[in-house]
Design a protein around this ligand. Structure first.
Ligand SMILES: [Zn+2]
Length: 255
């Protein structure tokens, strides 16, 4: 098993601190802020074995070098984007595994938000760290990839078991829900999730992680293959990737 701790940072980032209890091995996913991580490490004796990065954006890697200097940890990130990860120790590609004590993460390449974006999947723990690829009720913006690329990436994540918990990197769920309801207002599972999210946020509670099963049921970006949603968007008969692209375009302009 894995102890997973949520570390809020900046306005709406979540950094994820992982500890494998039998070995005491510790990793942090996307440490945008070193101070937040160091404060959380101190009750654990200061040990940090690995930084697991999903992509190169500053709010995900900003603490890398300070943490490496303070703890001697190693940095793992996408081999295909290694040049944008200063002091990277291990570049990984699709299917690689990285051990954290008795636990093990598998690498899934999920380009689209950035060209080198990867996700870390702890299969036995049903835990997916997907950075800015998949959010609860949303997905990342297409900064360095097109809709086809991102749809392929999301489709890979959708093939994981429904019980998989989705540890994304931002608390964007409420804003995402408003867009989702605008494009898909009558979808009952989405309306139920919206009510839940609103209640959680009203008392300052996190909405992350959700499960992949919930996202497949509610998240419009994962429902791009549903003919009913395509028809609602005026795209009856279009490919899932085309419907996905239209959803992403509308979200980019949604206020
Ligand atoms: Zn990003």
């Amino acid at each position: 098993m894995l102890d997973i701790q949520r570390l809020p940072a900046f306005d709406d980032n979540y950094l994820w601190l992982l500890r494998e209890p039998s070995s005491g091995a510790v990793a942090v996913v996307d440490p945008g802020d070193a101070e937040v991580v160091l404060a959380a490490l101190s009750p654990l004796g200061g040990r940090l074995d690995w930084i697991l990065n999903t992509h190169h954006h500053p709010d995900h890697v900003g603490g890398n070098l300070a943490l490496k200097q303070a703890t001697g940890c190693r940095i793992a990130g996408p081999a295909k984007d290694a040049a944008r990860f200063p002091s990277i120790d291990r570049g990984v590609v699709e299917g690689d595994t990285l051990a954290l004590g008795a636990s093990s993460a598998r690498v899934i390449e999920t380009p689209g938000h950035t060209r080198g974006h990867i996700s870390w999947w702890f299969e036995a723990e049903h835990a997916l760290f997907c950075g800015d690829t998949l959010f609860s009720l949303g997905c990342g913006r297409l900064f360095e990839g097109d809709a086809d690329t991102m749809w392929r990436s999301l489709s890979k994540l959708m093939a994981l078991p429904d019980a998989t918990r989705v540890y994304c990197a931002h608390e964007y769920t409420l804003a995402n829900a408003r867009f989702a309801l605008a494009v898909d207002p009558d979808h009952a599972p989405l309306r139920a999730r919206f009510a839940e999210v609103k209640a959680l946020r009203a008392r300052g509670a996190p909405t992350v992680p959700s499960t992949l099963g919930e996202e497949k049921a509610c998240n419009p970006f994962l429902r791009a293959g549903d003919p009913a949603l395509a028809a609602r968007l005026g795209l009856a008969g279009a490919s899932a990737a085309a419907v996905f692209g239209e959803l992403r375009r509308r979200k980019d302009g949604f206020r």
